[in-house]
Design a protein around this ligand. Structure first.
Ligand SMILES: [Zn+2]
Length: 239
């Protein structure tokens, strides 16, 4: 819910600085933020956190049967190749449109707040990039989403405990088994032992190899339970 003061400011600012939809470029109405309602309607949204948790659990059962699925998985959308959402995710990841990551962090917070209200994770943690990858791209989009999400949920953000120590080239086009083999042992936890319930954040999940590997590293370091916050689950993971 947009607060009254924020709404007033948006209305006033909109007169002078109308925003454009990051997906289609049309001017936004003052009540719209970042993505116009017409584009949002085209996105394949999950109806509830229960529904997205079931979809993610299915991917784990299919591709990572030895890894316990997350407690809950708050995923906003399924994404399909060449759909509008894919373009928005690309701009967030490669073109430095940071505010898209902030927007998705807030959107996941709104979507997941009810499901997490009785079982709030103790901290929010992004899936890290390898330092060389950050040097190439200059930022980690998942860390930006995590920062925004943590702020909205009022939870601590922990960005430096989980480390990616293996540099992997693009996983696109690889099978689930190949992805998994590339990522084995890719993560480790630095610093003091962790515990409790962690909310792990990433932008996109395809076969779940990266996330499963990160979850295994967290559990080995003492984390009891892991939930997920993800913008989009690749539609081919449906089977
Ligand atoms: Zn649009």
């Amino acid at each position: 819910m947009m607060r009254a003061r924020e709404r007033f400011l948006r209305q006033a600012l909109h007169l002078f600085y109308p925003d454009a939809c990051v997906s289609c470029g049309t001017l936004l109405q003052y009540s719209e933020e970042m993505i116009c309602s017409r584009c949002l309607q085209e996105f394949d949204a999950f109806s509830t956190v229960d529904a997205s948790t079931a979809a993610v659990t299915k991917v784990f059962r299919a591709h990572h049967p030895s890894v316990s699925p997350p407690v809950r998985a708050a995923v906003l959308y399924r994404f399909h190749h060449h759909d509008r959402l894919q373009g928005v995710l690309h701009d967030m990841k490669y073109l430095g449109v940071y505010r898209i990551a902030w927007y998705f962090g807030r959107a996941i917070a709104r979507y997941g707040a009810g499901a997490f209200s009785n079982d709030l994770p103790e901290m929010v943690m992004p899936v890290p990039l390898h330092p060389l990858r950050i040097a190439e791209r200059t930022y980690n989009q998942s860390a930006l989403i995590a920062q925004s999400l943590a702020g909205e949920l009022g939870l601590p953000l922990c960005s430096d405990a989980l480390i990616r120590r293996v540099y992997t080239s693009s996983q696109t086009g690889l099978t689930a088994a190949e992805r998994h083999a590339n990522l084995r042992g890719a993560f480790e936890v630095h610093g003091s032992a962790l515990s409790g319930h962690v909310l792990l954040v990433d932008d996109v999940m395809t076969t779940g190899s990266t996330i499963a590997e990160a979850m295994s590293a967290l559990r080995s370091s003492g984390v009891d339970r892991v939930s997920l916050a993800i913008v989009a689950l690749a539609a081919r993971s449906r089977t």
